[in-house]
Design a protein around this ligand. Structure first.
Ligand code: KIV
Ligand code: ZN
Length: 502
């Protein structure tokens, strides 16, 4: 059996420091429970001295979760440590994470101190923290730019003082993987009592190296990784949990395993993104919406023949229902046939060739070919009775929001009204009244294209129907209209047979 790699999640501390990502205590508890379900070993729940809200969150998270160790951050200052200890009073297993800057920058310019004094303060902090909890983690802030002999010395001394985990942060995201790996190796080889503590990585992503550095750290002997969901965190972010976990799962040459329940990754990623109002970039590894989307003809053909031709991870392994074959001008005949089959239109030979040629002409003039377009292309072969068009939208919002929507479904005009918490909610509800698709609206993003008040809103939606994702896109100066158009766009991509069973 390989060695265990401890997963230390700091989404609720380093991740939550990001402007605009702040959560209230209830939301933090929801995230903490999701992290527990995901199988993380340690949850860094906050920095209790920083605010009464953070103090309270650590208390409530400690009560709400059972299995993970709950960790509270502090500086190497007695008052901080005392407050962290108090915040952990209900934790079934509590850890204090204390530390101090160790690079020449931090020692000279931030702390205006000397190396000897820094060692003494680090040691005193660990000893003081031991009065509250047995499990004390020491962080050597900015270790990525520290002087090697000094780093070895302070780590030796804090372990003597009782540190159970020694965290080696690349606080500024400066290191290259080889350098970071060498730092971990030098600690393993030169610190005489290193076997008495676990070495932790804590990497930031300023040069896009956080995952690579973390994996290098593990390859050189680190056995705890400090990570966040979706890689959120200060500046360019922290190491992303999902990337490290899947890199380790994919590469059995790395002699460690984690206890992460990987099929829960995608759900946890969406939950954090939604609660923190932090969209996941479409091309983000593992959890981005394009992570399992194939758009070029050669790749689509390859994936349809055998998934592993172009995928190193089965999407189900991380909780994504299936790969997506996106229809664009670069799609091949296999991809078109795949989509037509889903629409219930089985074309072969000459008929398929004819539709494919028409498809290529259309795809050259459109970024994304949807269900509506396909239905038009194969009109003579099928019944269009389910195709939806947005004819008219009227909404008002005066206290309660009201909407009146006219849709053309097939050839029939249908009207519905609805109320909602806001105009978008009211309009989507009215559309649902007519179409009754029984879908889950899983993701709903509105982005401004520029920054002015006359801006165009770009809406992206992800609907789930029978465990499969369907995407809708639209842009309009009117956010409500753009939302309605994106909803209808996604509904039109759901195969006819799904409506039939709704
Ligand atoms: O990046 C860093 O150095 C930190 C420490 C407080 C652990 O977040
Ligand atoms: Zn950090």
């Amino acid at each position: 059996m390989s060695e265990k790699l401890w997963i230390f999640d700091t989404t609720l501390r380093d991740g939550e420091q990001v402007p605009g990502c702040q959560l209230n205590t209830q939301e933090k508890i929801i995230v903490a429970k999701a992290l527990e379900d995901l199988g993380v070993d340690i949850i860094e729940a906050g920095f209790p001295i920083s605010s009464p809200g953070d103090f309270n969150s650590v208390i409530e998270i400690s009560k709400a979760v059972t299995n993970p160790i709950i960790c509270a951050l502090s500086r190497a200052v007695e008052k901080d440590i005392e407050v962290a200890g108090a915040a952990l009073q209900y934790a079934k297993k509590g850890r204090i994470h204390t530390g101090i800057g160790v690079s020449p920058y931090h020692i000279q310019y931030k702390l205006r101190s000397t190396p000897e004094d820094i060692i003494q303060r680090g040691v005193a902090a660990v000893k003081f923290a031991k009065r509250f909890v047995e499990d004390v983690e020491f962080y050597a802030e900015d270790a990525g730019r520290a002087e090697a002999d000094f780093l070895c010395k302070i780590i030796e001394e804090v372990i003597k003082a009782g540190a159970t985990v020694v965290n080696i942060p690349d606080t500024t995201g400066y290191c290259l993987p080889e350098q970071y790996g060498a730092i971990i190796s030098s600690l393993k080889n030169r610190v005489p009592n290193i076997d008495r503590a676990i070495i932790a990585t804590h990497c930031h992503n300023d040069l896009g190296m956080a995952t690579a550095n973390t994996v290098a750290g593990v390859q050189h002997g680190a056995r705890q990784v400090e990570v966040t969901i979706n890689g959120i965190g200060e500046r360019a972010g922290n190491t992303s949990l999902e990337e490290v976990v899947m890199a380790i799962k994919c590469h059995q040459s790395i002699p460690v395993h984690t206890e992460i329940v990987t099929p829960k990754i995608y759900h946890t990623s969406r939950l954090v993104s939604k609660l923190m109002n932090m969209p996941v970039q479409p091309n983000k590894a593992i959890v981005g919406r394009n992570a399992f989307a194939h758009s070029s003809g050669i790749h689509q053909d390859g994936v349809l023949k055998h998934r592993e031709n172009y995928e190193i991870i089965d999407p189900k392994e991380v909780g994504v229902a299936e790969s997506t074959i996106v229809l664009t001008a670069r799609s091949g005949r296999a991809a078109l046939k795949h989509h037509l089959d889903a629409l219930g239109v089985e074309l072969e030979g000459e008929a398929l060739r004819e539709v494919y040629e028409a498809f290529l002409v259309l795809a050259d003039s459109k970024r994304d070919v949807g269900r509506k377009d396909l239905l038009e292309l194969v009109g003579k072969y099928i019944d269009e009775s389910n195709f939806i068009e947005l004819e008219h939208v009227h909404y008002s919002s005066d206290g309660e929001a009201n909407a009146r929507v006219t849709l053309k479904v097939g050839n029939a005009l249908q009207v519905a009204t609805a109320t909602g918490v806001g105009p978008v909610d009211a309009v989507l509800k009215a559309i649902e009244t007519i179409v009754q698709p029984q879908v889950e609206l899983e993701e709903f993003l509105i982005q401004a294209m520029t920054q002015g008040s006359d801006d165009v809103a770009k809406v992206h939606m992800r609907l789930i129907k029978s465990d499969k994702p369907y995407y809708g896109f639209a842009s309009n100066q009117d956010i409500v209209l753009a939302s309605a158009q994106a909803f209808v766009d996604a509904l039109n991509k759901i195969p006819v047979k799904e409506y039939a069973t709704a």
